[in-house]
Design a protein around this ligand. Structure first.
Ligand code: ADP
Length: 171
């Protein structure tokens, strides 16, 4: 995000974040499995208190998750690839005959950068630039709503640049 690419537009974080308005809400994780990490290509995953509350507790990088799961599979007694990986102190209820959960609180970033859904994008872009962020989470009253990556911003800027300036002003 070069400094010369000014962002003089009235978009809000909610307009740029994923998922889009028409998509299902972003499900924050409270637990995960190796299969789920491997079935998606996202660079990271937001972690929430519980599926019901969607209150944000942190962010884990895909790379760190895969390394830690791999290590635990080799070194930790009882951990199998079906083990649930948990990040919060309160383990979600576990099937009695299931494998013990793998606790990975240590790899979670407990203070991921967030903006609220109504943060103007010029401020969000400034935060990305100044802090060199790759991604930022979007919340509303502490609940996780979405995620914005640097690429999402660049795509949004490109979209605006190709549009008729009048439609930008009046839509
Ligand atoms: P990039 O945007 O650099 O390709 P990602 O691969 O992490 O980074 O994200 C790809 C797309 O998916 C982006 O549009 C992003 O907003 C979205 N995204 C990122 N992480 C998640 C996630 N955990 N759940 C849902 N969507 C995500």
């Amino acid at each position: 995000l070069e400094h010369k690419e000014e962002f003089e537009h009235s978009s809000l974080a909610v307009d740029v974040m994923r998922p889009r308005r028409s998509d299902p809400a972003l499900a924050g994780l409270y637990c995960i499995s190796q299969a789920l990490v491997e079935s998606t290509r996202y660079s990271g995953f937001p972690v929430v208190v519980s599926q019901e509350s969607q209150r944000l507790v942190g962010f884990v990088l895909r790379r760190d998750l895969l390394i830690s799961i791999e290590n635990a599979l080799q070194r930790q007694e009882g951990v199998v690839s079906a083990s649930r990986v948990v990040f919060t102190e309160h383990t979600p209820s576990q099937a009695p005959d299931g494998p013990p959960p793998l606790r990975l609180r240590g790899i979670m970033d407990l203070s991921p950068f967030t903006v609220t859904d109504h943060t103007p994008m010029d401020i969000t872009v400034d935060i990305f630039r100044k802090l060199g962020l790759r991604q930022c989470l979007v919340t509303h009253n502490g609940r996780l709503l979405g995620i914005i990556t640097k690429k999402d911003i660049l795509k949004h800027m490109a979209q605006i640049a190709n549009r008729d300036p009048d439609s930008i002003l009046f839509n």
